[in-house]
Each structure stands twice: as structure tokens, then as C-alpha cells.
Ligand binder design. Sequence first.
Ligand code: GRF
Length: 202
Amino acid sequence: MPTENAQPPFPRPKTRVAVLISGSGTNMASLIAAGQAADAPYQVAVVVSNIAEVAGLDKARAAGVEALTVEHKPFGKDREAHERAIDALLVERNIEVIALAGYMRLLTPWLVQKWAGRMLNIHPSLLPLYPGLNTHARAIEAGDLEAGCTVHVVTEGVDEGPVLGQARVPILPGDTPDALAERVKAAEHSLYPQTLAAFVAR
Ligand code: GRF
């Protein structure tokens, strides 16, 4: 007789995650690697780039993950049509969660609403500080003593959704935006997989 606390006989299947990128995909690579651990609660099932031949696509394939390009250019100003093309690929692959990782397109309300509560982003600042671009230069310019990164749920406002996790790094005397970016990136590569794992296991 199963008791009330009995564990299911099989482990829960891994949540199927799509990672959207536009470039180097270092966060994507850390998400893939962590998801490939036997006990990870998620797996990266597909990577989609809006730009052809970016380094992230090669990294995904080298890790054994399907990597697709859906270029935005042929869709002109119709951003929603571009997103619908991506969305169709994700639906075909039974994707449950989207992780944006350096995906450099503004999203339409259509995509955000369709994936509400199931789409995460990583941003290279301690939100709500410095939404948008050039976060590291702005933090240095402001004389901040620390910087960091934030994983948040995606909502319609840019870089505005509920915060799921943050990591902090010091800003050192003489830091350049590039030096700070490198320090923050190292923190991103731990924060994103950990936060995504906690999110899907919740
Ligand atoms: C990261 O800094 C991330 O915070 C931001 O875009 C950058 C992507 O870098 N959203 P990478 O392609 O993962 O190296």
C-alpha cells in the first residue's frame, strides 16, 4: 500500500527549456552544462538565435543540443511574426520554459503574454538599477561600490519582471566596463543555472 509520503517510482522528467540567444552564448553554455547533470531538474532542449552563425550556435551543437536560427531580418518590422515563427518551433518541441540569454530583441506583448510566468531573463545589473544597455559603464560612472546580475521573470516592461535571484560582485578601483563585465559574467554563469533549476523545481 503506498503511504501518503511515498515517492513516485520514477524521477520527475526534466523540464524542457529553450534558450534564446543573439551572440556568444556563454550563459547558454552554462545553462546547457548544468542541465546535463543527471540530477538537474531541467534540460536545454533547443537553442534559437535570431542571428545566423553566432558562436553560441556552435557551442550548443558541440554540447549535443539542437541549435536553430530564425533570422529577424526577413520579417522586417513585423516583430510578432518573427516571434510566432520561433514560438512554433518551441511548441513543436514541447518546450515548457524559455530562458533568454543575451537575446537582443525587444519582445512584443504577444510573446510575453503567451509565455507569462514561463520566460526568464538574465540582466547584467542589480535590478532595479540600470535596466537597458551599458550597465557596467553606468555603474562605474555612478561611483557604485558593487555591481552584479539579476535573473527575473519576463514581463512587458523591459528588465522589469519579478526578481528570482541576484549575485553581487565588487567594483574595484580603476575598473573598466570590460573588466567589470568579465567579473559579472563569471557570476552570471553560476546564478542563471541555479536560479533556473530552483524555478523549474518550485
Ligand atoms: C549577458 O551579460 C547577459 O546578462 C545579457 O547579455 C549578455 C549575454 O552574454 N542579457 P552571453 O552571450 O551569455 O555571453
